[in-house]
Write a protein that binds this ligand. Structure first.
Ligand SMILES: [Zn+2]
Length: 310
């Protein structure tokens, strides 16, 4: 784990693009955003907590998506406030069904003042710095312990422990369709809206979460040659099969996604063709079935023997 200030800087760097208002879809982009954030919260909570027993890095997973009006252009903040409330401060944008956040009574629009009694006081400005500070505080907590949230009106919410694979999640208006920076998984509103089937959206989220679990950003470092990037893509496709299965999604939803989604999510030059991805996913589904037939608690081989990137 990096030290907190560097972590915040890394997240901020990766998220420096400020959304520029409406994406495609419903007339009110903020209603659309909140709708997709609710889907993402539910999917991410299932994926992270179901695989906690084999994830190498585990953190508390409250089952929320965090927001901040500062993410949005100033001219849009009144409209965004209709959905998320107008008060200043980082807020709950969505909660997952059955999650500690929901069970504690947190709802969309709750403003977070403190986590476990520690005020969220970021060093600096920036559209997401308060959210990122909250994520860093969360990562410093014991994943197996209970903790608290204090809202800006002084109410205390008791959060039950829910360890999950370490990652936060966010929906953006702009940028690559889906991406992972080691700490955060993000998908664009347009991509989420284009996928009606929750299992297919889960496949995309699981693939990005797998990049974070496998520390691909760190392991690639500055050598992002096409061959190395392709290797990370196949690794993420394979690990996502296990994440999906553990969370109760059909891992073959990833195949259905790639059969339908003709456009590469990122650069076509360094990312494998769809046919190779589908073949990789199919063979991993078979490998997982064999491993789990031998032992119902079998872990993905990738977690125990991570091959060097070459
Ligand atoms: Zn990828």
């Amino acid at each position: 784990m990096q030290e907190p200030a560097a972590l915040v800087a890394a997240i901020a760097l990766a998220l420096s693009s400020v959304p520029a208002g409406a994406a495609g879809g419903p007339a009110d982009p903020y209603a659309a955003l909140a709708q997709q954030e609710a889907r993402l919260a539910a999917i991410a909570y299932r994926l992270t907590t179901a695989s906690a027993r084999w994830c190498p890095a585990v953190t508390p997973q409250p089952g929320w998506i965090l927001g901040d009006l500062r993410r949005f252009p100033e001219g849009d903040r009144m409209a965004a406030g209709e959905i998320y409330g107008r008060a200043d401060g980082p807020f709950i944008a969505a909660v997952a069904p059955g999650s500690p956040a929901e069970r504690a009574g947190l709802t969309r629009g709750t403003r977070i003042a403190a986590i476990n009694g520690d005020a969220i006081l970021p060093a600096g400005e920036g559209p997401t710095i308060r959210i990122d500070t909250a994520i860093v505080k969360l990562y410093s907590l014991d994943p197996a312990g209970a903790w608290t949230i204090t809202d800006t009106q002084g109410h205390l919410f008791r959060m039950a422990p829910a360890p999950g694979c370490a990652s936060a999640f966010r929906i953006e208006f702009q940028g690559a369709q889906a991406a992972a920076n080691g700490i955060l998984v993000r998908v664009t509103l347009a991509l989420a809206q284009s996928i009606d089937d929750d299992a297919q959206l889960a496949a995309v989220v699981a693939h990005e979460l797998a990049h974070n679990i496998l520390r691909h950003r760190d392991r690639l470092g500055s050598d992002r040659s096409a061959a190395r990037v392709r290797q990370t893509e196949f690794e993420a496709d394979r690990l996502a099969v296990w994440l999906m299965a553990d969370a109760g999604y059909d891992p073959a939803a990833a195949i259905r996604f790639w059969e339908r989604h003709k456009r590469p999510l990122v650069r076509a030059t360094s990312h494998p063709p769809r046919s190779e991805r589908i073949a990789t996913i199919e063979s991993e589904i078979k490998a997982m079935a064999v491993a789990r037939a031998a032992s119902s608690t079998a872990r993905p081989a990738l977690i125990d023997t991570l091959p060097p990137l070459e």
